[in-house]
Write a protein that binds this ligand. Structure first.
Ligand code: F6R
Length: 612
C-alpha cells in the first residue's frame, strides 16, 4: 500500500527514484510523485494515475545533477486519486516535503488545530498534516521536529522527509508500515520493499516500529523515535537479484510467475524434505519436539489467497496429524473473542509478511500466550521478525498483484509442515512420509510438463468464456478452497463477477443462478469425493449450466457431460490442490488478457495491504 523510495549519494537521483518506483508500483498506482534537492530548493513533480504519467512529466529532469530525493507511488486511502492528493506533500513554505505510507488516524483533529493556527492545506490527504505538523515544530533541527510531530500522531506510517534548508539529508521513520534501508559505501537508500533496492545493493537493514533513520551520503544514523537513543542494527544480505524482479520476456509478471511455480515449489521443499529417507527438516520453526507434541489446536490466520492456502491446510493437518485446526480471515480473527492459550499454535500465512490484519492477529494471539509460526515469502518482513518461528517459502519476488507462485509455495510449505508434525507427533509412519514427500516433489515436475500445452488449450477455450458476466467455480474437499481461489483470481484481474462454492453446497441456494448463460468451472479429479462431485456436475448440466470441467486424464465420462474438458495427469490426490490451481490461474490470466485488462495492476488493488 503505497511505495516509498529515497536516495542520497553520488549518482543522479531522478533515474534511481523512477527505477525504484517502477519496482514498487505493485504497491499502489493511483498517482506518483517525486522530489529532489536542487541547491537550497526542493523540486517536486507529481502526476495522477500510473507511473508512466510521472515519467512523462519528469522527462526534463532525468539528467539533473541532484543527488538526493524521495519518490512515492500511491494507493489512495484518504482523498481521491488526484494530482492534488499525490505525494510528496509540502508544508506552507514549500521548503519541507513528506511522503508517507500508512494512515494517520487522528489527522482530523490535528488538521483542525493546524488550520486554526494558520496552516494552509492543499490536499484531502491524511499525510499532509505530517508536513504541517513538522513545520510547526521546526526550528533548526529537522530530526527533533520530526520526533515532536510523530509524538502527536496516532496510526501507521513509513515516511520520508526532506527540508531544503538541511540539504542532502533524508529523515525516515516507521510505525506499523514497512521500511527497509539499503546501504553501501557511497550511498544510502530507503524503500518500502526490497525490490526497489536490488539494482543497487543487497545489503539492507529492516527498520522496526518506533525507529527513525537519518540518511546522508554513505552514512546513516538509526535511533528510537520517542527517546532519540541511537541504536545499531544488523545488516542482512538479500539473496534475491535484480533480474528476478524482471519480466524475462513474458507479457506480464503474473504469467511469468505462473510459469515459475514448479521451481518455486522445488525451492520451498529443497533441503527440507529428504527424499531417500522421507525425513522432514524444519529447524527454522524454532519449536522443540516437546512443544510441538503439546499443541492441542492450531489457529491459521491469513487474508485473501493466503487464507485459501490455510483452508487447504486444515484438511491436511486434521487428516494426517489429528490436531483440530481453526481457519480465520485475519480481519475477523483480530476482532472476535479468541480462545487462546500456550497450547494453541498460531500459524500466519502471508506472501508479503506485512499484511496489517494478519500482523495484528498474530500480535493478539501472542499476547494471549500462543506461540507464533509464520509462513512467509519475504525475508526480513515484519511478520518474520515478530514470529517465534518461520517457514520461508522460497518463491522469489512476486510482483504481479494477483498472487500465484506464492500460493503454490504456501501450499508446499503447509504440506511439508503437515509431514513434519506427523513425523514429530508420530501420526505418520516412515513409509507414508516418504510417499507423500516424494509426491510433493513429483507434482512440481508434473506442473512443469503440462504448463505450455495447458496454456494453449485454455487460450482456445476462453474465446467462449471471456465475455461472460458471471462465473462460478466449484470443487469438493481439498479442491473447495481451490474453487474459491479460482473465483478470486478471475474477479480481481478480469473484473468478472465470480463466486467459488463447495460443489455440494450449490443446492442450498446458488443453484438458482444456473442457466445457459452461467459458466461453471468444476474441479473433478478422480479423488475420494469424485462420485459426489460428478453428481453435482450432473445437477448443473440438468439446468443447462455451461460446464468447463477439469478432470483426470483418461476420465472419458467427463466428455459425455460437456465439450469443454481439460485433463490433468493423475497425481497423489493429496497434492491435487497444487495441480488444479494451475488451470484456474491460467483461465483467469487468459480471460483478463483477452479482455485487455491490466493484469499486473488491477484497478483498486495493491499487493501489500498494510492498512486495515
Ligand atoms: C490475491 C492476493 C491477495 C493476498 C492478500 C494477502 O491474489 O494476492 O488476496 O493474498 O492480500 O496478502 P499476503 O499474503 O501478503 O498477506
Amino acid at each position: 500500500m503505497c511505495g516509498i523510495v529515497g536516495y542520497t549519494g553520488n549518482r543522479k537521483v531522478v533515474p534511481i527514484l523512477l527505477e525504484g518506483l517502477r519496482r514498487l508500483e505493485y504497491r499502489g498506482y493511483d498517482s506518483a510523485g517525486l522530489v529532489y534537492q536542487s541547491e537550497r530548493k526542493l523540486v517536486k513533480f507529481r502526476a495522477a494515475g500510473k507511473l508512466i504519467h510521472l515519467e512523462e512529466a519528469v522527462d526534463v529532469a532525468i539528467g539533473v545533477a541532484s543527488h538526493t530525493g524521495l519518490g512515492h507511488t500511491r494507493w489512495a486511502t484518504h482523498g481521491a486519486p488526484t494530482l492534488d492528493n499525490a505525494h510528496p506533500h509540502s508544508d506552507c513554505t514549500g521548503e519541507l516535503v513528506v511522503i508517507h505510507n500508512g494512515i494517520i488516524e487522528n489527522y482530523g483533529s490535528l488538521k483542525e488545530e493546524l488550520v486554526a493556527e494558520g496552516h494552509f492545506f492543499s490536499s484531502e490527504t491524511d499525510t499532509e498534516v505530517l508536513a504541517h505538523l513538522i513545520e510547526k515544530y521546526l526550528e533548526n533541527d529537522l530530526v527533533a521536529a520530526v520526533q515532536k510531530a510523530l509524538a502527536r500522531v496516532e496510526g501507521s506510517y513509513a515516511l520520508g522527509v526532506m527540508w531544503a534548508k538541511d540539504p542532502n539529508k533524508i529523515v525516515a521513520a516507521r510505525n506499523q508500515s514497512p521500511l527497509v534501508m539499503g546501504v553501501d559505501d557511497e550511498a544510502s537508500y530507503v524503500a518500502s520493499d526490497v525490490p526497489a533496492l536490488l539494482p543497487y545493493t543487497r545489503k539492507v537493514i529492516f527498520l522496526d516500529d518506533n525507529e527513525l533513520v537519518v540518511l546522508e551520503k554513505g552514512s546513516y544514523t538509526i535511533m528510537e523515535v520517542d527517546s532519540g537513543r541511537e541504536i545499531s542494527k544488523k545488516i542482512c544480505t538479500i539473496d534475491w537479484n535484480a533480474a528476478m524482479a524482471e519480466k524475462a520476456g513474458f507479457k506480464h509478471f503474473m504469467l511469468k510467475e505462473i510459469f515459475e511455480q514448479p521451481q518455486a515449489i522445488l525451492n520451498t521443499v529443497s533441503g527440507r524434505i529428504i527424499p531417500d529417507t522421507g525425513e522432514v527438516e524444519l529447524p527454522e520453526i524454532s519449536l522443540s519436539g516437546e512443544e510441538l507434541c503439546n499443541i492441542e489446536r492450531i489457529a491459521l490466520v491469513a487474508c485473501g489467497t493466503s487464507w485459501h492456502a490455510a483452508l487447504v491446510a486444515k484438511y491436511w493437518i486434521e487428516k494426517w496429524v489429528g490436531i483440530p485446526v481453526d481457519v480465520d480471515i485475519a480481519s475477523e480473527f483480530r476482532y472476535r473473542k479468541l480462545l487462546m492459550n500456550e497450547r494453541v499454535l498460531t500459524l500466519s500465512i502471508s506472501q508479503s509478511g506485512e499484511t496489517a490484519d494478519t500482523l495484528a492477529g498474530i500480535r493478539l494471539a501472542s499476547s494471549l500466550g500462543s506461540k507464533i509460526v509464520t509462513i512467509c515469502n519475504v525475508v526480513g518482513s515484519t511478520m518474520t521478525r515478530e514470529a517465534d518461528g518461520i517457514i520461508y517459502t522460497h518463491a522469489g519476488p512476486e510482483i504481479g498483484v494477483a498472487s500465484t507462485k506464492a500460493f503454490t509455495g504456501q501450499l508446499s510449505a503447509l504440506f511439508m509442515l503437515t509431514l513434519y508434525l506427523g513425523q514429530v507427533r508420530q501420526t505418520m509412519d516412515r513409509e507414508k512420509l516418504k510417499e507423500l514427500g516424494a509426491a510433493l516433489i513429483d507434482v512440481a515436475g508434473v506442473i512443469e510438463r503440462i504448463l505450455p500445452q495447458l496454456q494453449k488449450d485454455i487460450q482456445e477455450l476462453i474465446e467462449r468464456y471471456y465475455d461472460s458476466r458471471d462465473f462460478l467455480f466449484v470443487g469438493r474437499g481439498l479442491n473447495f478452497p481451490i474453487a474459491l481461489e479460482g473465483a478470486l483470481k478471475l474477479k480481481e484481474i478480469s473484473y468478472i463477477h465470480a463466486e467459488g462454492y463447495a460443489a455440494g453446497e450449490l443446492k442450498h441456494g446458488p443453484i438458482a443462478l444456473i442457466d445457459k448463460d452461467m459458466p461453471v468451472m468444476a474441479l473433478v479429479p478422480q479423488d475420494c469425493v469424485y462420485q459426489k462431485t460428478v453428481s453435482n456436475v450432473e445437477e448443473i448440466k440438468a439446468r443447462q449450466g455451461r460446464l468447463l470441467l477439469i478432470g483426470t486424464e483418461g476420465d472419458t465420462h467427463l466428455a459425455t457431460l460437456t465439450d469443454d474438458v481439460l485433463y490433468l495427469p493423475q497425481v497423489n490426490e493429496e497434492l491435487n490442490p497444487l495441480l488444479y490451481t494451475i488451470p484456474a490461474q491460467l483461465l483467469s490470466y487468459e480471460i483478463a488478457n483477452r479482455r485487455g485488462c491490466d493484469v499486473d495492476q488491477p484497478r483498486n488493488l495493491a499487493k501489500s495491504v498494510t492498512v486495515e
